[in-house]
Write a protein of this length. Sequence first.
Length: 338
Amino acid sequence: MKVIERPSLAALNTFGISASAGLLMEIETEEDVLSLPSFRPDRDFILGGGSNILFLSDVPGVVYLNRIGGMEILDETPEYVLAEAGAGENWHRLVRWTLKRGLSGLENLSLIPGLTGAAPIQNIGAYGVELSSVLQSVTAWDWEQAAWITFSEKECHFAYRDSRFKSAEPDRYLITSIRLRLARIFSPKLAYQGLIEELSNHNITEPTATDVSEAVIRLRRRKLPDTAKIGNAGSFFKNPVIDRDEADPLLLSHPDLPAWPDQGDRIKLSAAWMIEHCGLKGMRDGDAGVSDKHALVLVNHGSARGSDIAALAHKVHTTVFEEFGIELEPEPRLVDYR
Ligand code: FAD
Ligand code: EPU
């Protein structure tokens, strides 16, 4: 296990925020986990690819970097394959590994940044598919009980951008591997309107899983700012989900506001549209900005601090609330030990 004292965390978060930690421990195997000191939530932090966090302070204790690798097929039937991946594998590398083997289920989730172990934390989702639709189980180290535990898909309590690991019991578990149930027979998931358009622009009417993956990659490259060029953590806010009774008057006064039916009688609204409608797309306060490419993405133009991004997020939140009466909730984890 690699251990570094007083590491800089600037290159380890896609916002590119300067922060440091007391110690960094790189976990490479499940045996490493057994020799770790006990986790102190008031001082320590688990880090994956750093693509869904905002550092508001330094981490006074240990940053645990999960680098446990491995991708393998455990079981197969003529229709399905059970595959396992280590938490430290790059997510998109795993997607490509499955597609190469003729396995489908992850194609709509292509090119999401970060590591496999973080995918269940917020039940990653994109282009009409969520991880929960293919996830079989999650294996984790329970810091509280000092024991291994395996959660079935149901036990993960997945919801839109949420799971038990994110909201109910943050920091209790170190995820070490996940199991996925992938299909040998491809059935395309094309509910996201722009995806069908993207395929038909390439004259594809009967797509393969690889066609869908490539279409998603093109859409993502076109729509989202590139973290290699400008610091960001993807969508900074979740799309608000509200009761139909509350949505009806809002949609009457704003008929162009994109809205989708959600579970029960609930409606999901486009936060990006509301932010753009408030005139905030592309605005900048010092080095903290709202992306001019996508209004839901906050960006670091250079040397913004975490508090600069948080102040801008507060401004966006307040402006949208004043205009629409809707409270936007942040999607990334705000890391703050002050
Ligand atoms: P990190 O940011 O390192 O960590 C996120 C959280 O998970 C933290 O609370 C951390 O403590 C915890 N964590 C990480 N690893 C573990 C582990 N092994 N065990 C326990 N806890 C852990 N997300 C989507 O859902 N859909 C998208 O389409 C999408 N697009 C994005 C586009 C861009 C350009 C960017 C920058 C981000 C995007 N995201 C998207 C957000 C992000 O990529 C995902 O949430 C991703 O799963 C985060 O992975 P990570 O390894 O970077 O996690
Ligand atoms: N829109 C605007 N202005 C913009 C961008 C978008 O008005 O600058 C409107 C458009 O009308 C568009 C609608 O918003 O039709 C939806 O936009 P988009 O399809 O880009 O999706 P999103 O709702 O903004 C969500 C996820 C993304 C995911 C995409 C694709 C959340 C919070 N975000 O974004 O996830 O990749 O759908 O499925 O649910 C992330 O979580 O970090 C993330 C990038």
